[in-house]
Structures are given as structure tokens and as C-alpha cells.
Write a protein that binds this ligand. Sequence first.
Ligand code: HEC
Length: 127
Amino acid sequence: MTKWFLKMAAPALLTLFCLSTTLAEGPPPKTDQLLSKGATLFTNSCAPCHGIQGDGQGPMAKVLDPPAQDFTRPFQEWAVSAGDPRTIFEIIQNGIPETAMPGFKMPEEDIWALVYTAMEFSRKNGD
Ligand code: HEC
């Protein structure tokens, strides 16, 4: 009985435990506070390329090839993430190889703040 437990039930319980902690680490809720934090981070770190309005027309825009993403376009049409917030999160964290898009080492909550801020540019334009 004890052996059976160790062989079968313990791994199953461990799997369940891991699954539940992974799910618990999902996106934080989109609050006004998180959005205003995201706006500040965006102005400082992203606007030089993506533009203060998120339209891809920052001061660096002219020299970028491929160009910085225009976040005011419909969300589903974004070149790389195509409407998937989790992919946006990974892009901000890791950057996009072979492009000017750098990865940002910052706390996960700050990255989610930026995900929501970028998506907000698209939403404001009727998407
Ligand atoms: C040095 C210029 C530069 C900076 C700074 C920069 N980006 Fe980018 N970003 C780019 C370029 C260029 C691309 C387009 C790459 C492509 O189309 O393959 C891009 C693409 C992206 C995408 C992918 C959109 C999609 O799905 O197509 C996201 C999301 C993004 N950037 C977010 C950010 C955020 C958030 C910041 C600030 C924390 C930031 N970027 C800062 C240049 C930059």
C-alpha cells in the first residue's frame, strides 16, 4: 500500500500541485493603477521607437527595419503576436531576434502593465 502510494499517487499529487501554481501566476487584473504604471514605463522605454501615441512613429522610427510595431492597428493584425497577450508578454521579456526590439529585464508585473498599455492603444482605435 505504501509503495503504491509513492509510485502512483505522489507523482500525481506533485503534478497537480505544479499545475495549480503555474495557473496562479497568470496575468494580474487590468487595474487603473497598473495602466498608469504601464503608461510611465512606456513613455520612458518604448516611445523612442513605438511613438508616444503607440503609432510606431517614435524619433527612432525612420532608421528601423523592420519598423517598430504600430500598436494602434487592430490587435489581431499585429505582426508577431496576432492578438495573443501571452505572446506580447514574452516579446517584451525576450525581445525579437534580428530586429531592433530589445528584451526588457523587469518584474513580471511591470511587463503585464506594458502588455495592457500597448493593447490599450489598439482598443482606443475601435478594435
Ligand atoms: C530600439 C527600438 C525599440 C524599443 C526601445 C522597443 N521596441 Fe518594441 N519593437 C521594435 C521593433 C523594430 C519591432 C518590430 C519587430 C518585427 O516586426 O518583427 C517591435 C515589436 C514589438 C512588439 C511586437 C508586436 C507584434 O505583435 O507585432 C511588441 C509587443 C513590442 N515591440 C513592445 C515593446 C515595448 C512594450 C517596449 C518598451 C518596454 C518596446 N517594444 C521597446 C523596436 C523597439
